[in-house]
Design a protein around this ligand. Structure first.
Ligand code: SF4
Length: 416
């Protein structure tokens, strides 16, 4: 098996919605960003704590996996919250049967991609469809899939989450052989956003999802092996394009962006200026369609910037652009002790050489977390600005602001 699954659950949102994405990204290297490395370390720490009943804080400053990322305060706190949640759920079950941590799940058979294999030349790559669930718990007639998301860039929901549904499907096929399961629940733990999302289905609903998934997997895998055959093989959209490695170079996404914003611009000339012949104002329904495409457009902008940067760094020409050295970073002491001694010899007073700053409310609350009385005393000294009105999809769980009661004219307040 390849070390990375071709039909991986973590990229399922992409290959389900855009069957050509596996083909478009097949020769592109993985980018191991610092965020990805942090996630790997956080998962290794969570696995260690859950398997050996350890406290995350005891691994502070340690390297859990050889990737150069050490456990820091924020990671220890976030991972501990996830570990406490999982342990709490285990403890609340009256009939706990199974707890499997970092469980590898193979779902090649579930996706039925043998069908495609029959059409392949004998030396073709074997299909690989597997993934690793962070924690699986079976008890009280329920199968639970728990997923730790260490990132805090995008809030992730369990509802209709393809990655978790695939884990659940593979886990159900396996664990239902030995346990009675009447409910399957999927849990996303995103401790750095204080976010926990849960979604439950019946086994029948899960199996029905599996049937649809088979068709999607066969389609994506066929395009992966044989190449695209028509325009429908590529389908741009927010969820699939957001982390797609091909985004900076993808014609389908570029067309989607132009189609969405193009109606506003009569001409984009050869230096990128927008020429507008007349100004019209969209109806709310039309502007809602454009608003829904903004995240896709932002992803496309980032992907194009990354692509241009990478071409120039490889020494290739991008007409009209070049690489220069950017603004220098902030100054820092290379040798703190040496600098301290030097400043002392300059006869500067202590309060000239050092600054003293009160800790922040967040640091104080953290320090006093075991002392609710002292926290209560401190609360009166803390102020916190109100959150600003934010546009979210109607499916968001937070109640909508009652404009008539709470605000007079938000846009006016913003301007003032
Ligand atoms: S960028 Fe979007 S449309 Fe293009 S291959 Fe990736 S997922 Fe498909």
């Amino acid at each position: 098996m390849a070390s990375h699954a071709i039909l991986s659950p973590s990229s399922a949102e992409r290959w389900i919605n855009c069957p050509g994405s596996l083909y478009a990204t097949k020769d592109l290297p993985d980018v191991n960003t610092s965020y990805a490395k942090e996630g790997t370390t956080a998962h290794a720490l969570a696995e260690f704590c859950l398997k050996f009943n350890k406290k995350a804080i005891d691994s502070l400053g340690k390297l859990m996996t050889p990737n150069g990322i050490y456990v820091d305060d924020e990671m220890a706190e976030a991972v501990q919250e996830y570990v406490d949640n999982v342990n709490g759920i285990k403890a609340s079950m009256s009939d706990l049967l199974i707890v499997d941590i970092e469980q590898k799940l193979d779902f090649t058979d579930i996706l039925n991609i043998e069908y495609v294999k029959d059409t392949l030349p004998a030396d073709a790559d074997k299909p690989a469809a597997f993934g690793t669930a962070d924690a699986i718990i079976v008890g009280d007639g329920e199968l639970q899939i728990h997923d730790l998301k260490y990132g805090k860039g995008v809030q992730v929901y369990a509802e209709d989450n393809k990655q978790l549904m695939i884990y659940a499907l593979a886990a159900y096929q396996y664990y239902s052989l030995c346990c009675d399961i009447t409910k399957v629940s999927m849990h996303i733990h995103q401790p750095r956003l204080y976010h926990h999302s849960e979604y439950s289905v019946t086994p029948d609903e899960l199996l029905a999802f599996g049937e649809k998934l088979k068709e999607k997997a066969i389609k994506a895998y066929t395009v992966y092996l044989n190449g695209p055959t028509n325009d429908d093989d590529f389908c741009a959209g927010e969820s699939q394009c957001r982390f797609c490695k091909a985004a900076g170079n993808c014609e389908a996404l570029a067309k989607h962006v132009t189609a969405t914003i193009g109606a506003d611009f009569d001409v984009i000339n050869d230096v990128g200026d927008v020429v507008i012949d007349s100004v019209t104002f969209d109806a709310p329904e039309d502007v809602a369609i454009k608003f829904s495409a903004l995240n896709t457009i932002k992803s496309w902008i980032t992907a194009v910037e990354t692509r241009v940067n990478s071409l120039l760094q490889q020494g290739q020409k991008v007409p009209g652009y070049k690489l220069v050295i950017g603004r220098q970073g902030n100054r820092a002491w290379r040798d703190v002790e040496g600098a301290e001694n030097a400043l002392k010899t300059f006869k500067l007073k202590e309060d000239e050489r050092y600054t003293k700053k009160l800790i922040s409310p967040t640091q104080a609350l953290k320090l006093l977390k075991d002392s609710p009385k002292r926290i209560a005393k401190l609360e009166g000294f803390i102020t916190r600005p109100e959150g600003k009105p934010t546009v979210v999809p109607e499916s968001d769980k937070r109640p909508a602001i009652n404009i008539a009661d709470d605000f007079n004219d938000l846009t006016q307040e913003e301007e003032n």
